[in-house]
Design a protein around this ligand. Structure first.
Ligand SMILES: [Zn+2]
Length: 344
């Protein structure tokens, strides 16, 4: 325990302190021995700023948008502890966000509603708004303020774990515009972190990464790092390549020289919306993400509606029959290299 950490969080780690949801402390900033200023902007929102004149990257790392996705929270706690201990020296502006402490404390995905559908400027303040609406509003303000500062690169990684298994254990969702050179660079970088597949989507959605990509000018990714497990049951060894990659991004020592891991690229072919209580998915509930279906397979039915696979290579992602009516119950994706593969 370093004295800088103690000044901010007493005897606790950043995550422990955040989950206790204490009133804001009097001393909400410290300067580390390596001249990095640390400011606690709000509960669970910690800003690191290396002092000096040179222009830096702005890197936002967020976890806990879904409260039961614990591995990323443990990863962040380790990184923050290593920063305070001087093992990781922050060379870029860094904002760490623990998004939904109330849901984490409740051990559930959400308290009132799915926070990753609430990062939209269209949601205005209401007096009776849910925990998640209140918090996402605040996080949008703080993220915007962070990315408004001039920076060489603006990057956001929003770390999750998924409810169901997946053909690709670790994958990323990229809401960035196609052809962005920084996004292309990041695809290569994420491959080195062990990310096996990247799904590009241009559909604007109210996720945290889509908000920072579309509103804050960041290159942003939702990273799905494995399956949901309770605190204490995660093997952080499974995430060692990601942890190392994140640490290298913080110290400004990104390494693209390692063996190239080819990343499978996918794009969204369509979304299936649940329109009525008659909505059903037509495959077993334990079907894993990225499972491929054949032309003619019926994937979903609703009142007067069927989704039938019409193109080769269609796979499913994030199926959930139990979403609210009007919400997305299934994403249909296709490999971007499908054409190339069929020619070969
Ligand atoms: Zn999640």
């Amino acid at each position: 325990m370093t004295s800088a950490q103690q000044k901010l969080f007493g005897t606790q780690s950043f995550v422990e302190f955040t989950l206790d949801q204490k009133p804001m402390v009097v001393q909400s900033h410290v300067v580390l021995g390596n001249n990095v200023r640390v400011e606690l902007w709000d509960n669970g929102v910690l800003y690191f700023h290396p002092q000096g004149d040179s222009l830096q990257n702005s890197l936002l790392l967020s976890v806990g948008v879904h409260g039961n996705e614990t591995a990323p929270i443990e990863i962040i706690d380790q990184l923050v502890t290593d920063i305070f201990a001087g093992k990781i020296v922050v060379k870029h502006n860094l904002l760490i966000v623990i998004a939904n402490p109330e849901a984490i404390n409740a051990g559930s995905r959400e308290v009132d509603e799915n926070m990753n559908r609430l990062f939209s400027s269209n949601f205005t303040h209401q007096t009776d708004q849910s925990n998640e609406r209140h918090r996402s509003q605040r996080l949008m303000e703080l993220s915007q303020g962070f990315f408004n500062r001039e920076a060489v690169k603006k990057i956001h990684y929003d770390l999750h774990t998924a409810i169901r298994g997946s053909v690709y254990t670790q994958f990323a969702i990229s809401p960035n515009a196609i052809g962005m050179s920084e996004a292309d660079y990041q695809y290569g970088l994420l491959g080195h972190w062990g990310i096996q597949a990247i799904l590009s989507t241009q559909q604007k959605s109210p996720t945290y990464s889509s908000f920072t990509a579309n509103t804050c000018g960041a290159t942003s990714f939702t990273l799905e790092l494995g399956q949901v497990k309770p605190f204490g049951e995660n093997d952080l060894g499974e995430f060692s390549a990601v942890i190392e990659g994140l640490a290298r991004s913080i110290v400004g020592d990104e390494d693209l020289s390692m063996i190239n891991n080819p990343v499978k690229r996918f794009s969204v072919a369509g979304e299936v919306i649940k329109h009525s209580e008659h909505f059903r998915l037509c495959f077993p509930s334990d079907t894993v993400n990225f499972t491929e279906f054949d032309i003619g397979d019926v994937l979903a039915t609703d009142k007067g509606y069927e989704y039938i696979v019409a193109n080769g290579g269609e796979r499913i992602l994030f199926p959930n029959e139990n979403v609210a009516i009007g919400q997305r119950a299934l994403v249909i994706i296709r490999p971007e290299d499908n054409l190339t593969e069929s020619i070969l």
